[in-house]
Design a protein around this ligand. Structure first.
Ligand SMILES: [Fe+2]
Length: 268
């Protein structure tokens, strides 16, 4: 099972019901890894984690340092993480692109698709032409890059890599399943990023301040309605996403690096 992170109470039930041989984590983010820790306490299934993200899952200090570390939310984020039930993962195996699960599953091709996190991984089942795309951003909100360890250019590279696969069905972590118009879905993913960049440029040209642009929303709109500490986190994540765009704009913008996406987005 991949990302069996259904909830503190639901995950043990799911393990009991499905009795998986392996619990694979696509990336270290809490909503994909937190309750997978139950696997070790109530089954013999092996937890597989992406090798490059092992320190995030095995050390609270590393996790905080490399997510909120340089930001003012660090203390609140640490409290939240601990309250949610973060515990350093002790028993696990690491995977990389060369790993196969041939003893326990149909053929699975592991594809490094970094950007959303440093070592986010997607899982391709070539016989069935099914792709588990994790958090690539195939949902109505589009790709998320709200930590400083995210990388927008890598996200686009990863999307372009997955868009080249022969796929009949995509299973996503937050956007349900895609059976039709798969190339259009990938194009929409990139369109989200490009439209955010365009909006930021337009607002800057109109004389708006960085703070006001973030306040209006880069990824999260209606932040004012959120409760603390979530409101504080949403503001931070939008600030970080703004910063990623600011860096990219300084380097010439998305199109300077990926001229081929003009055709994908029907921009001529
Ligand atoms: Fe994520």
């Amino acid at each position: 099972m991949i990302d069996m992170n259904m909830g503190a109470r639901e995950t043990p039930g799911l393990i009991e019901q499905e009795k998986p041989d392996a619990a694979i984590i696509t990336h270290y983010h809490l909503d994909h890894s937190l309750w997978t820790r139950h696997v070790n306490t109530c089954s013999d299934a092996v937890i597989f984690i992406p090798k490059a993200e092992a320190p995030y899952l095995t050390s609270l200090d590393f996790f905080i340092e490399h997510t909120a570390g340089p930001l003012s939310i660090a203390e609140k984020w640490k409290d939240f993480t601990v309250d949610m039930g973060y515990l350093p993962l002790k028993t696990y195996e690491c995977y990389n692109e060369q790993t196969t699960f041939k003893d326990m599953a149909p053929e699975i091709v592991l594809m490094e698709t970094p950007g959303h996190s440093p070592s986010h991984t997607s899982f391709y089942f070539p016989d069935e032409k099914i792709l588990f795309s994790g958090d690539m951003g195939l949902d109505r909100f589009g790709p998320w890059y709200g930590w400083t360890d995210c990388n927008v250019k890598q996200i686009v590279e990863s999307i372009l890599r997955l868009d080249g696969l022969a796929v009949n069905l995509i299973l996503t972590s937050h956007g349900g399943v895609f059976e039709k118009q798969i190339p259009q879905a990938w194009a929409q993913c990139i369109r989200h990023i490009w439209q955010r960049e365009e909006k930021i440029i337009q607002k800057l040209e109109a004389g708006m301040s960085k703070q006001d642009i973030i306040q209006q929303g880069v990824f999260f709109f209606d932040k004012e309605k959120a409760q603390e500490p979530m409101k504080f986190f949403l503001n931070t994540w939008d600030t970080v996403m703004y910063n990623h765009h600011e860096d990219l704009i300084k380097e010439g913008g998305l199109m300077a690096f990926f001229p081929e996406i003009r055709t994908m987005l029907n921009l001529f």
